[in-house]
Write a protein that binds this ligand. Structure first.
Ligand code: NAI
Ligand code: AKG
Length: 524
Protein backbone atom coordinates (compact mmCIF):
# COMPACT_ATOMS: atom_id res chain seq x y z
CA UNK A 1 0.00 0.00 0.00
CA UNK A 2 1.31 3.45 -0.94
CA UNK A 3 0.27 6.51 1.10
CA UNK A 4 -0.26 9.76 -0.76
CA UNK A 5 -0.51 13.10 1.01
CA UNK A 6 -2.64 15.59 -0.94
CA UNK A 7 -1.84 18.85 0.81
CA UNK A 8 -3.45 21.46 -1.49
CA UNK A 9 -6.88 21.88 -3.08
CA UNK A 10 -6.73 19.36 -5.92
CA UNK A 11 -9.69 18.48 -8.14
CA UNK A 12 -11.56 15.57 -6.51
CA UNK A 13 -12.48 14.10 -9.87
CA UNK A 14 -8.86 14.29 -10.97
CA UNK A 15 -7.86 12.00 -8.11
CA UNK A 16 -10.06 9.20 -9.48
CA UNK A 17 -7.21 7.16 -11.02
CA UNK A 18 -5.56 6.98 -7.59
CA UNK A 19 -8.79 6.30 -5.73
CA UNK A 20 -9.59 3.41 -8.06
CA UNK A 21 -6.34 1.64 -7.19
CA UNK A 22 -6.41 -0.66 -4.17
CA UNK A 23 -2.69 0.00 -3.75
CA UNK A 24 -3.14 3.71 -2.99
CA UNK A 25 -4.32 5.38 0.18
CA UNK A 26 -5.09 9.10 -0.18
CA UNK A 27 -4.83 11.39 2.83
CA UNK A 28 -6.11 14.96 2.27
CA UNK A 29 -4.53 17.20 4.89
CA UNK A 30 -2.36 20.29 5.06
CA UNK A 31 1.27 19.52 5.87
CA UNK A 32 0.84 21.28 9.21
CA UNK A 33 -1.98 18.88 10.12
CA UNK A 34 0.01 15.79 9.12
CA UNK A 35 3.20 16.53 11.13
CA UNK A 36 3.08 13.28 13.11
CA UNK A 37 2.76 11.04 10.07
CA UNK A 38 4.92 12.85 7.50
CA UNK A 39 7.51 10.05 7.54
CA UNK A 40 4.91 7.56 6.34
CA UNK A 41 4.02 9.09 2.98
CA UNK A 42 5.31 7.66 -0.29
CA UNK A 43 3.98 10.51 -2.43
CA UNK A 44 3.12 14.17 -2.00
CA UNK A 45 0.63 15.91 -4.27
CA UNK A 46 0.60 19.73 -4.24
CA UNK A 47 -0.47 22.83 -6.15
CA UNK A 48 1.38 26.04 -5.31
CA UNK A 49 0.32 26.65 -1.70
CA UNK A 50 2.47 23.93 -0.08
CA UNK A 51 6.10 24.97 0.12
CA UNK A 52 8.13 21.82 -0.38
CA UNK A 53 11.30 22.86 1.40
CA UNK A 54 14.43 20.98 2.37
CA UNK A 55 13.09 20.96 5.96
CA UNK A 56 9.82 19.35 4.92
CA UNK A 57 11.67 16.77 2.82
CA UNK A 58 13.89 15.89 5.76
CA UNK A 59 10.73 14.89 7.67
CA UNK A 60 9.23 12.94 4.77
CA UNK A 61 11.79 10.17 4.95
CA UNK A 62 9.78 7.68 2.92
CA UNK A 63 8.90 10.06 0.09
CA UNK A 64 9.55 8.82 -3.43
CA UNK A 65 7.65 11.19 -5.67
CA UNK A 66 6.26 14.74 -5.58
CA UNK A 67 3.49 15.62 -7.99
CA UNK A 68 2.81 19.29 -8.82
CA UNK A 69 -0.69 19.70 -10.21
CA UNK A 70 0.37 22.59 -12.44
CA UNK A 71 3.37 23.95 -14.33
CA UNK A 72 5.64 26.06 -12.10
CA UNK A 73 7.67 24.10 -9.56
CA UNK A 74 9.10 27.14 -7.81
CA UNK A 75 7.33 26.11 -4.59
CA UNK A 76 9.39 22.90 -4.61
CA UNK A 77 13.08 22.67 -3.72
CA UNK A 78 13.81 20.46 -6.72
CA UNK A 79 17.51 20.30 -5.94
CA UNK A 80 16.87 19.04 -2.42
CA UNK A 81 14.37 16.49 -3.76
CA UNK A 82 16.86 15.36 -6.41
CA UNK A 83 19.58 14.91 -3.80
CA UNK A 84 17.26 12.60 -1.91
CA UNK A 85 16.39 10.64 -5.04
CA UNK A 86 12.80 11.89 -5.05
CA UNK A 87 11.19 12.18 -8.47
CA UNK A 88 9.45 15.51 -9.12
CA UNK A 89 6.70 15.56 -11.75
CA UNK A 90 4.40 18.31 -12.97
CA UNK A 91 1.47 18.67 -15.36
CA UNK A 92 3.03 20.86 -18.03
CA UNK A 93 0.12 21.45 -20.35
CA UNK A 94 -3.08 20.79 -18.42
CA UNK A 95 -3.64 24.45 -17.59
CA UNK A 96 -2.14 26.13 -20.67
CA UNK A 97 -5.44 27.18 -22.21
CA UNK A 98 -6.83 28.47 -18.94
CA UNK A 99 -3.71 30.55 -18.27
CA UNK A 100 -3.75 31.92 -21.84
CA UNK A 101 -7.46 32.77 -21.59
CA UNK A 102 -6.91 34.44 -18.23
CA UNK A 103 -4.11 36.52 -19.73
CA UNK A 104 -6.43 37.55 -22.50
CA UNK A 105 -9.22 38.35 -20.08
CA UNK A 106 -6.76 40.53 -18.14
CA UNK A 107 -5.67 42.23 -21.34
CA UNK A 108 -9.24 43.09 -22.33
CA UNK A 109 -10.08 44.19 -18.78
CA UNK A 110 -6.97 46.35 -18.67
CA UNK A 111 -7.49 48.32 -21.87
CA UNK A 112 -11.27 48.68 -21.30
CA UNK A 113 -10.99 49.47 -17.56
CA UNK A 114 -13.57 46.81 -16.77
CA UNK A 115 -12.68 46.25 -13.07
CA UNK A 116 -12.67 50.01 -12.36
CA UNK A 117 -15.96 50.52 -14.23
CA UNK A 118 -17.46 47.57 -12.39
CA UNK A 119 -16.57 49.04 -8.99
CA UNK A 120 -17.93 52.41 -10.09
CA UNK A 121 -21.33 51.06 -11.19
CA UNK A 122 -21.58 48.92 -8.05
CA UNK A 123 -21.02 52.17 -6.09
CA UNK A 124 -24.14 53.51 -7.84
CA UNK A 125 -22.13 55.82 -10.19
CA UNK A 126 -22.75 56.14 -13.94
CA UNK A 127 -19.55 57.74 -15.24
CA UNK A 128 -19.08 56.68 -18.85
CA UNK A 129 -16.47 59.30 -19.75
CA UNK A 130 -14.07 58.12 -17.02
CA UNK A 131 -13.66 54.70 -18.62
CA UNK A 132 -12.87 55.32 -22.26
CA UNK A 133 -10.62 52.49 -23.38
CA UNK A 134 -8.58 51.46 -26.40
CA UNK A 135 -9.18 48.70 -28.96
CA UNK A 136 -6.91 45.68 -29.16
CA UNK A 137 -7.24 45.52 -32.94
CA UNK A 138 -4.24 47.07 -34.65
CA UNK A 139 -2.17 47.17 -31.48
CA UNK A 140 1.31 45.70 -31.09
CA UNK A 141 1.52 42.95 -28.51
CA UNK A 142 4.93 42.02 -27.11
CA UNK A 143 5.19 38.48 -25.75
CA UNK A 144 8.21 37.64 -23.61
CA UNK A 145 8.52 33.86 -23.31
CA UNK A 146 6.96 31.96 -26.16
CA UNK A 147 6.33 28.49 -24.77
CA UNK A 148 2.99 26.80 -24.31
CA UNK A 149 1.08 29.76 -22.81
CA UNK A 150 2.85 32.53 -24.75
CA UNK A 151 2.02 30.85 -28.05
CA UNK A 152 -1.65 30.33 -27.11
CA UNK A 153 -1.86 34.02 -26.18
CA UNK A 154 -0.40 34.84 -29.60
CA UNK A 155 -3.06 32.80 -31.42
CA UNK A 156 -5.80 34.70 -29.61
CA UNK A 157 -4.11 38.05 -30.22
CA UNK A 158 -3.90 37.38 -33.93
CA UNK A 159 -7.60 36.53 -33.96
CA UNK A 160 -8.17 39.98 -32.41
CA UNK A 161 -6.21 41.66 -35.21
CA UNK A 162 -3.10 42.42 -33.18
CA UNK A 163 0.48 42.28 -34.44
CA UNK A 164 2.56 39.98 -32.28
CA UNK A 165 6.24 40.54 -31.50
CA UNK A 166 8.06 37.86 -29.59
CA UNK A 167 11.20 37.67 -27.50
CA UNK A 168 12.32 34.19 -26.52
CA UNK A 169 16.00 33.26 -26.86
CA UNK A 170 15.06 29.60 -27.37
CA UNK A 171 12.46 30.15 -30.10
CA UNK A 172 13.25 28.85 -33.59
CA UNK A 173 12.47 30.84 -36.72
CA UNK A 174 10.38 27.93 -38.10
CA UNK A 175 8.10 27.85 -35.05
CA UNK A 176 7.69 31.63 -35.08
CA UNK A 177 6.77 31.59 -38.77
CA UNK A 178 4.31 28.75 -38.23
CA UNK A 179 2.50 30.76 -35.58
CA UNK A 180 2.58 34.00 -37.56
CA UNK A 181 4.71 36.01 -35.14
CA UNK A 182 7.98 37.84 -35.60
CA UNK A 183 11.09 37.24 -33.50
CA UNK A 184 12.83 40.26 -32.00
CA UNK A 185 15.45 41.19 -29.49
CA UNK A 186 14.20 42.09 -26.04
CA UNK A 187 14.96 45.78 -26.69
CA UNK A 188 12.94 45.72 -29.91
CA UNK A 189 9.94 44.15 -28.19
CA UNK A 190 10.15 46.70 -25.39
CA UNK A 191 10.34 49.59 -27.82
CA UNK A 192 7.55 48.63 -30.23
CA UNK A 193 4.84 47.10 -28.03
CA UNK A 194 1.63 48.78 -26.85
CA UNK A 195 1.01 45.88 -24.50
CA UNK A 196 3.65 43.54 -23.07
CA UNK A 197 2.84 40.19 -21.48
CA UNK A 198 5.39 37.92 -19.84
CA UNK A 199 5.22 34.10 -20.04
CA UNK A 200 8.59 32.81 -18.89
CA UNK A 201 9.42 30.72 -15.85
CA UNK A 202 10.95 32.62 -12.93
CA UNK A 203 14.68 31.99 -13.21
CA UNK A 204 17.91 33.83 -12.41
CA UNK A 205 17.68 35.36 -15.88
CA UNK A 206 14.02 36.36 -15.78
CA UNK A 207 13.84 37.66 -12.19
CA UNK A 208 13.43 41.43 -12.54
CA UNK A 209 13.53 41.14 -16.36
CA UNK A 210 11.20 44.11 -16.51
CA UNK A 211 13.09 46.23 -13.99
CA UNK A 212 13.94 49.93 -14.01
CA UNK A 213 16.34 49.75 -16.97
CA UNK A 214 14.05 47.78 -19.27
CA UNK A 215 10.87 49.58 -18.20
CA UNK A 216 12.55 52.79 -19.34
CA UNK A 217 12.87 51.26 -22.83
CA UNK A 218 9.13 50.70 -23.18
CA UNK A 219 6.74 52.97 -25.11
CA UNK A 220 5.08 55.74 -23.12
CA UNK A 221 1.54 54.57 -22.32
CA UNK A 222 2.44 50.87 -22.38
CA UNK A 223 0.24 48.26 -20.64
CA UNK A 224 1.96 45.39 -18.82
CA UNK A 225 0.62 41.96 -17.89
CA UNK A 226 2.12 39.30 -15.64
CA UNK A 227 0.18 36.05 -15.43
CA UNK A 228 3.37 33.98 -15.17
CA UNK A 229 5.35 34.43 -11.97
CA UNK A 230 5.67 37.28 -9.51
CA UNK A 231 9.03 39.00 -9.80
CA UNK A 232 9.48 38.78 -13.59
CA UNK A 233 8.19 42.34 -13.53
CA UNK A 234 9.99 44.07 -10.66
CA UNK A 235 7.15 45.32 -8.45
CA UNK A 236 9.13 48.10 -6.74
CA UNK A 237 10.59 49.34 -10.03
CA UNK A 238 7.07 49.69 -11.46
CA UNK A 239 5.94 52.27 -8.93
CA UNK A 240 7.65 55.41 -10.37
CA UNK A 241 6.60 54.40 -13.91
CA UNK A 242 2.96 54.26 -12.75
CA UNK A 243 3.30 57.50 -10.83
CA UNK A 244 4.63 59.44 -13.82
CA UNK A 245 2.14 57.86 -16.24
CA UNK A 246 4.76 56.16 -18.41
CA UNK A 247 3.01 52.85 -17.75
CA UNK A 248 -0.72 53.23 -18.49
CA UNK A 249 -1.82 50.17 -16.58
CA UNK A 250 -0.74 46.84 -15.18
CA UNK A 251 -2.53 43.50 -14.81
CA UNK A 252 -1.12 41.11 -12.25
CA UNK A 253 -2.25 37.59 -11.48
CA UNK A 254 0.94 36.76 -9.62
CA UNK A 255 3.09 38.50 -7.00
CA UNK A 256 6.55 38.29 -5.55
CA UNK A 257 4.88 37.43 -2.22
CA UNK A 258 1.53 35.65 -2.32
CA UNK A 259 -0.75 36.91 -0.95
CA UNK A 260 0.72 40.37 -1.51
CA UNK A 261 -0.71 41.88 1.68
CA UNK A 262 -0.78 45.67 1.86
CA UNK A 263 1.30 46.11 -1.28
CA UNK A 264 1.85 49.70 -2.58
CA UNK A 265 0.89 48.61 -6.12
CA UNK A 266 -2.63 47.78 -4.92
CA UNK A 267 -3.22 51.49 -4.28
CA UNK A 268 -3.05 52.36 -8.00
CA UNK A 269 -6.44 52.45 -9.75
CA UNK A 270 -4.80 51.37 -13.00
CA UNK A 271 -3.29 48.24 -11.47
CA UNK A 272 -5.78 45.39 -11.80
CA UNK A 273 -5.22 42.17 -9.95
CA UNK A 274 -6.43 38.59 -9.47
CA UNK A 275 -5.29 36.15 -6.78
CA UNK A 276 -3.23 33.75 -8.96
CA UNK A 277 -6.28 32.55 -10.87
CA UNK A 278 -4.62 31.68 -14.20
CA UNK A 279 -5.17 27.96 -13.75
CA UNK A 280 -8.32 28.20 -11.69
CA UNK A 281 -10.86 26.69 -14.02
CA UNK A 282 -12.76 23.44 -13.64
CA UNK A 283 -11.14 22.16 -16.83
CA UNK A 284 -7.56 23.06 -15.94
CA UNK A 285 -7.83 21.65 -12.44
CA UNK A 286 -9.31 18.41 -13.72
CA UNK A 287 -6.58 18.16 -16.37
CA UNK A 288 -3.63 18.80 -14.08
CA UNK A 289 -4.93 16.60 -11.27
CA UNK A 290 -5.66 13.73 -13.65
CA UNK A 291 -2.25 14.08 -15.29
CA UNK A 292 -0.28 13.91 -12.04
CA UNK A 293 -2.56 11.24 -10.55
CA UNK A 294 -2.01 9.01 -13.58
CA UNK A 295 1.72 9.62 -13.47
CA UNK A 296 1.94 8.77 -9.77
CA UNK A 297 0.03 5.57 -10.41
CA UNK A 298 2.39 4.68 -13.28
CA UNK A 299 5.35 5.39 -11.04
CA UNK A 300 4.23 3.02 -8.31
CA UNK A 301 3.42 0.40 -10.92
CA UNK A 302 7.07 0.61 -11.96
CA UNK A 303 6.24 2.23 -15.30
CA UNK A 304 7.98 5.31 -16.73
CA UNK A 305 6.88 8.83 -15.85
CA UNK A 306 6.79 11.22 -18.77
CA UNK A 307 6.76 14.62 -17.11
CA UNK A 308 9.55 14.46 -14.60
CA UNK A 309 11.50 17.61 -13.82
CA UNK A 310 14.56 15.74 -12.58
CA UNK A 311 14.67 12.68 -14.83
CA UNK A 312 14.99 12.45 -18.61
CA UNK A 313 11.52 12.12 -20.13
CA UNK A 314 10.64 8.64 -21.35
CA UNK A 315 7.63 7.60 -23.37
CA UNK A 316 6.13 4.17 -22.71
CA UNK A 317 7.41 3.09 -26.10
CA UNK A 318 10.99 4.07 -25.36
CA UNK A 319 10.77 2.65 -21.84
CA UNK A 320 9.65 -0.74 -23.17
CA UNK A 321 12.67 -0.78 -25.46
CA UNK A 322 15.27 0.21 -22.88
CA UNK A 323 13.86 -1.71 -19.91
CA UNK A 324 16.01 -4.84 -20.35
CA UNK A 325 19.21 -2.84 -20.79
CA UNK A 326 18.31 -0.62 -17.89
CA UNK A 327 18.28 -3.67 -15.56
CA UNK A 328 21.42 -5.18 -17.09
CA UNK A 329 23.29 -1.88 -16.73
CA UNK A 330 22.27 -1.56 -13.08
CA UNK A 331 23.59 -5.04 -12.32
CA UNK A 332 26.82 -4.36 -14.19
CA UNK A 333 27.29 -1.18 -12.18
CA UNK A 334 26.71 -3.03 -8.90
CA UNK A 335 29.11 -5.84 -9.79
CA UNK A 336 31.81 -3.41 -10.93
CA UNK A 337 31.48 -1.33 -7.79
CA UNK A 338 31.87 -4.30 -5.44
CA UNK A 339 34.65 -5.87 -7.48
CA UNK A 340 36.59 -2.58 -7.62
CA UNK A 341 36.17 -1.83 -3.94
CA UNK A 342 38.64 1.04 -4.09
CA UNK A 343 38.13 4.73 -4.85
CA UNK A 344 37.42 5.28 -8.54
CA UNK A 345 37.67 8.41 -10.66
CA UNK A 346 35.97 7.56 -13.90
CA UNK A 347 33.37 5.29 -15.45
CA UNK A 348 33.32 4.87 -19.18
CA UNK A 349 30.33 3.17 -20.81
CA UNK A 350 30.31 1.98 -24.40
CA UNK A 351 27.16 0.94 -26.19
CA UNK A 352 27.33 -1.27 -29.26
CA UNK A 353 24.76 -2.93 -31.51
CA UNK A 354 21.00 -2.50 -31.04
CA UNK A 355 21.36 -0.79 -27.66
CA UNK A 356 23.39 2.03 -29.21
CA UNK A 357 20.27 3.24 -31.04
CA UNK A 358 18.23 3.61 -27.85
CA UNK A 359 17.86 6.38 -25.24
CA UNK A 360 21.14 5.54 -23.52
CA UNK A 361 21.13 8.50 -21.09
CA UNK A 362 18.63 6.65 -18.96
CA UNK A 363 20.57 3.39 -19.16
CA UNK A 364 23.75 5.18 -18.08
CA UNK A 365 21.91 6.75 -15.14
CA UNK A 366 20.78 3.27 -14.13
CA UNK A 367 24.35 1.95 -14.40
CA UNK A 368 25.64 4.86 -12.31
CA UNK A 369 22.95 4.25 -9.69
CA UNK A 370 23.94 0.58 -9.55
CA UNK A 371 27.60 1.53 -9.21
CA UNK A 372 26.96 4.02 -6.42
CA UNK A 373 24.49 1.89 -4.48
CA UNK A 374 27.09 -0.26 -2.65
CA UNK A 375 29.08 2.89 -1.83
CA UNK A 376 26.43 5.31 -0.62
CA UNK A 377 24.44 4.97 2.58
CA UNK A 378 21.51 7.11 1.44
CA UNK A 379 19.02 6.34 -1.32
CA UNK A 380 20.61 6.39 -4.73
CA UNK A 381 18.62 5.97 -7.89
CA UNK A 382 18.34 7.33 -11.43
CA UNK A 383 17.16 10.68 -10.06
CA UNK A 384 20.19 11.55 -7.95
CA UNK A 385 22.90 9.28 -9.38
CA UNK A 386 24.52 11.94 -11.57
CA UNK A 387 24.47 14.46 -8.73
CA UNK A 388 26.02 12.00 -6.24
CA UNK A 389 28.67 10.94 -8.77
CA UNK A 390 29.61 14.60 -9.20
CA UNK A 391 29.76 15.18 -5.44
CA UNK A 392 32.11 12.21 -5.13
CA UNK A 393 34.34 13.34 -7.95
CA UNK A 394 33.40 10.43 -10.23
CA UNK A 395 33.15 11.43 -13.86
CA UNK A 396 31.37 9.32 -16.44
CA UNK A 397 31.05 9.28 -20.18
CA UNK A 398 29.19 7.45 -22.92
CA UNK A 399 30.69 6.13 -26.15
CA UNK A 400 29.24 4.26 -29.07
CA UNK A 401 30.95 1.49 -31.02
CA UNK A 402 30.32 -1.18 -33.67
CA UNK A 403 32.18 -3.85 -31.69
CA UNK A 404 29.49 -6.20 -30.34
CA UNK A 405 31.79 -9.22 -29.73
CA UNK A 406 29.39 -11.40 -31.68
CA UNK A 407 26.29 -10.39 -29.69
CA UNK A 408 23.37 -8.37 -31.04
CA UNK A 409 24.03 -5.79 -28.34
CA UNK A 410 26.79 -5.14 -25.88
CA UNK A 411 27.27 -2.75 -22.97
CA UNK A 412 30.84 -2.34 -21.87
CA UNK A 413 31.82 -0.61 -18.64
CA UNK A 414 35.38 0.35 -17.79
CA UNK A 415 36.07 1.60 -14.30
CA UNK A 416 39.23 3.60 -13.69
CA UNK A 417 40.56 3.45 -10.14
CA UNK A 418 43.83 4.78 -8.79
CA UNK A 419 46.13 1.98 -9.97
CA UNK A 420 43.64 -0.36 -11.46
CA UNK A 421 41.24 -0.51 -14.38
CA UNK A 422 38.43 -3.01 -14.65
CA UNK A 423 36.23 -3.85 -17.61
CA UNK A 424 32.96 -5.77 -17.59
CA UNK A 425 30.79 -6.40 -20.64
CA UNK A 426 27.22 -7.54 -20.74
CA UNK A 427 24.57 -8.39 -23.26
CA UNK A 428 20.82 -8.85 -23.08
CA UNK A 429 19.62 -11.81 -25.10
CA UNK A 430 15.84 -11.65 -25.75
CA UNK A 431 13.94 -14.63 -24.29
CA UNK A 432 17.12 -15.76 -22.55
CA UNK A 433 18.15 -12.97 -20.24
CA UNK A 434 21.14 -10.95 -19.13
CA UNK A 435 24.62 -12.35 -19.57
CA UNK A 436 28.00 -11.07 -18.47
CA UNK A 437 30.25 -11.96 -21.39
CA UNK A 438 33.54 -10.45 -20.31
CA UNK A 439 34.97 -9.99 -16.82
CA UNK A 440 38.32 -8.32 -16.15
CA UNK A 441 40.05 -9.71 -19.23
CA UNK A 442 38.30 -13.11 -19.22
CA UNK A 443 35.74 -14.19 -21.79
CA UNK A 444 32.97 -15.74 -19.71
CA UNK A 445 29.22 -16.30 -19.85
CA UNK A 446 27.18 -16.02 -16.68
CA UNK A 447 23.81 -14.70 -15.56
CA UNK A 448 24.18 -11.76 -13.17
CA UNK A 449 21.59 -12.99 -10.66
CA UNK A 450 21.45 -13.39 -6.91
CA UNK A 451 24.44 -14.08 -4.66
CA UNK A 452 27.52 -14.17 -6.84
CA UNK A 453 30.94 -15.37 -5.84
CA UNK A 454 34.05 -14.44 -7.77
CA UNK A 455 37.17 -16.55 -7.29
CA UNK A 456 40.49 -15.88 -8.94
CA UNK A 457 42.92 -18.80 -8.90
CA UNK A 458 45.68 -20.65 -10.68
CA UNK A 459 44.44 -23.06 -13.32
CA UNK A 460 45.15 -26.37 -11.54
CA UNK A 461 43.27 -29.68 -11.55
CA UNK A 462 40.80 -30.11 -8.69
CA UNK A 463 40.10 -26.43 -8.00
CA UNK A 464 36.37 -26.73 -8.67
CA UNK A 465 36.14 -29.70 -6.28
CA UNK A 466 37.97 -27.86 -3.50
CA UNK A 467 35.64 -24.86 -3.76
CA UNK A 468 32.59 -27.13 -3.94
CA UNK A 469 33.71 -28.97 -0.80
CA UNK A 470 34.04 -25.79 1.28
CA UNK A 471 30.64 -24.53 0.16
CA UNK A 472 29.07 -27.97 0.69
CA UNK A 473 30.49 -28.17 4.23
CA UNK A 474 28.67 -24.92 4.97
CA UNK A 475 25.38 -26.03 3.39
CA UNK A 476 25.69 -23.55 0.52
CA UNK A 477 24.19 -24.82 -2.69
CA UNK A 478 25.73 -23.77 -6.01
CA UNK A 479 23.12 -22.76 -8.59
CA UNK A 480 25.48 -22.17 -11.52
CA UNK A 481 29.21 -22.07 -12.07
CA UNK A 482 31.26 -20.62 -14.91
CA UNK A 483 35.01 -20.83 -15.36
CA UNK A 484 37.39 -18.91 -17.58
CA UNK A 485 41.12 -18.85 -18.05
CA UNK A 486 43.62 -16.90 -20.05
CA UNK A 487 45.86 -19.93 -20.82
CA UNK A 488 46.18 -23.52 -19.60
CA UNK A 489 47.90 -23.52 -16.21
CA UNK A 490 47.73 -19.72 -15.92
CA UNK A 491 45.43 -17.23 -14.23
CA UNK A 492 41.81 -18.40 -14.10
CA UNK A 493 38.50 -17.27 -12.63
CA UNK A 494 35.31 -18.93 -11.40
CA UNK A 495 31.98 -17.17 -11.12
CA UNK A 496 29.42 -18.99 -9.07
CA UNK A 497 25.88 -18.09 -8.25
CA UNK A 498 24.80 -19.38 -4.85
CA UNK A 499 21.39 -20.08 -3.38
CA UNK A 500 22.25 -18.06 -0.28
CA UNK A 501 24.85 -15.47 0.66
CA UNK A 502 28.03 -16.64 2.37
CA UNK A 503 29.54 -15.03 5.45
CA UNK A 504 33.08 -13.86 6.22
CA UNK A 505 34.08 -17.23 7.70
CA UNK A 506 33.26 -19.12 4.49
CA UNK A 507 34.98 -16.45 2.40
CA UNK A 508 38.07 -16.85 4.59
CA UNK A 509 38.01 -20.64 4.20
CA UNK A 510 37.91 -20.28 0.42
CA UNK A 511 40.77 -17.77 0.48
CA UNK A 512 42.90 -20.30 2.39
CA UNK A 513 42.66 -22.90 -0.38
CA UNK A 514 46.04 -23.28 -2.07
CA UNK A 515 46.24 -21.55 -5.47
CA UNK A 516 43.25 -19.31 -4.78
CA UNK A 517 44.39 -15.68 -5.10
CA UNK A 518 41.19 -13.70 -4.45
CA UNK A 519 37.60 -14.28 -3.35
CA UNK A 520 34.90 -11.65 -3.63
CA UNK A 521 31.22 -11.75 -2.85
CA UNK A 522 29.10 -9.79 -5.31
CA UNK A 523 25.42 -9.08 -4.68
CA UNK A 524 23.07 -7.94 -7.44
N1 NAI B 1 -0.93 32.24 -13.39
C1 NAI B 1 -1.07 30.94 -13.39
O1 NAI B 1 -1.94 30.40 -12.72
C2 NAI B 1 -0.17 30.10 -14.21
C3 NAI B 1 1.11 30.48 -14.43
N2 NAI B 1 1.94 29.69 -15.18
C4 NAI B 1 3.29 30.19 -15.40
O2 NAI B 1 3.39 30.68 -16.74
C5 NAI B 1 4.73 30.61 -17.18
C6 NAI B 1 4.80 30.01 -18.57
O3 NAI B 1 4.32 28.69 -18.56
P1 NAI B 1 4.41 27.76 -19.86
O4 NAI B 1 4.10 28.55 -21.06
O5 NAI B 1 3.64 26.54 -19.58
O6 NAI B 1 5.97 27.43 -19.84
P2 NAI B 1 6.87 26.97 -21.06
O7 NAI B 1 8.03 26.29 -20.46
O8 NAI B 1 6.07 26.25 -22.07
O9 NAI B 1 7.36 28.34 -21.71
C7 NAI B 1 8.28 29.20 -21.12
C8 NAI B 1 9.02 29.90 -22.23
O10 NAI B 1 9.86 30.88 -21.66
C9 NAI B 1 11.03 30.93 -22.44
N3 NAI B 1 12.11 31.56 -21.70
C10 NAI B 1 12.89 31.02 -20.74
N4 NAI B 1 13.80 31.92 -20.31
C11 NAI B 1 13.56 33.06 -21.00
C12 NAI B 1 14.16 34.35 -20.99
N5 NAI B 1 15.20 34.62 -20.19
N6 NAI B 1 13.66 35.28 -21.82
C13 NAI B 1 12.62 35.00 -22.64
N7 NAI B 1 12.03 33.79 -22.71
C14 NAI B 1 12.49 32.83 -21.89
C15 NAI B 1 11.29 29.49 -22.78
O11 NAI B 1 12.12 29.36 -23.92
C16 NAI B 1 9.90 28.97 -23.05
O12 NAI B 1 9.59 29.04 -24.41
C17 NAI B 1 5.47 29.84 -16.10
O13 NAI B 1 6.10 30.75 -15.24
C18 NAI B 1 4.36 29.13 -15.35
O14 NAI B 1 4.73 28.81 -14.05
C19 NAI B 1 1.52 28.55 -15.76
C20 NAI B 1 0.23 28.12 -15.58
C21 NAI B 1 -0.72 28.84 -14.76
O1 AKG C 1 -2.14 25.67 -8.99
C1 AKG C 1 -2.39 26.80 -9.41
O2 AKG C 1 -3.51 27.28 -9.43
C2 AKG C 1 -1.24 27.64 -9.95
C3 AKG C 1 -0.93 27.29 -11.34
C4 AKG C 1 0.39 27.79 -11.74
O3 AKG C 1 0.81 28.86 -11.41
C5 AKG C 1 1.25 26.92 -12.54
O4 AKG C 1 0.76 25.88 -13.00
O5 AKG C 1 2.41 27.29 -12.75
Amino acid sequence: MFRILVSDAISEEGLTPLRKSEQMEIVQKKVSEAEAELHQFDALLVRSATKVTEELLSKMTNLKIIGRAGVGVDNIDVEAATKRGIVVINAPNGNTISAAEHTFAMMAALVRHIPQAHISVKSREWNRSAFVGTELQGKHLGIIGFGRIGSEVAKRARAFGMTVHVYDPFLTKERAEKLGVSIHTLDEVLACSDIITVHTPLTKETKGLLGEKNLAKTKKGVYLINCARGGIIDEQALIPFLQNGHVAGVALDVFEQEPPGDHPLLKFDNVIVTPHLGASTVEAQLNVATQVAEEILQFFEGKPVTSSINLPALSKDVYDKIQAFYHLAKKMGMIASQYMNIPVQELSVTYAGTVADLETTYITRSLLAGFLRPRVASTVNEVNATMIAKERGITYGEKFSDETHGYANCISLTVHGENKTFTIKGSHIPNYGDRIVHFDGFAIDFAPEGHLLYIQHQDRPGMIGKVGNVLGEHQVNIATMQVGRQEAGGKAIMLLSLDKPIDDAVTQKLTEIEDIDAVKRLEV
